[in-house]
Ligand binder design. Sequence first.
Ligand code: SF4
Length: 151
Amino acid sequence: MIIVSACLTGKNCKYNGGNNDCPPVKAYLEGQSWYCVCPETAGGLPAPRPPCEYQGDRVIDREGTDRTEAFEAGARKSLEAVLREAKARGEEITLAILKARSPSCGCGQIYDGTFTGTLTEGDGCFTALLKEQGIPVLTEEDIINQKEKDQ
Ligand code: SF4
């Protein structure tokens, strides 16, 4: 089973109330077993919501409110949900395809907490939990790049 960030499949769970619909990811998933989650929604955050970034080990929204608890709870609940779903399907989780740079779903690079579009090394909190479980994580950009190489 492949785990996917819900916003990449067109669900309107992004901070601005929209989505990150990604046709190459949807094409990649065709015919495969997959399951989507949105950790921030699972943590009880509404859409739309103010954008959040990691500042050190805390997640702060652009208005200055500490949202760490909701982010961590959402990541934990999402991990539980994907493990439960894989068990119910009798499948292993082979891969996660998550939204690049998000404080929940980012992989390898996230925004640096200054809300200036500046990147720093790091993983989103959901990604970190998946990696702890030994689950390989890619972003939608890896899927797009792979597709371009194959063409
Ligand atoms: Fe998309 Fe992940 Fe943000 Fe939800 S938490 S909107 S799935 S990037």
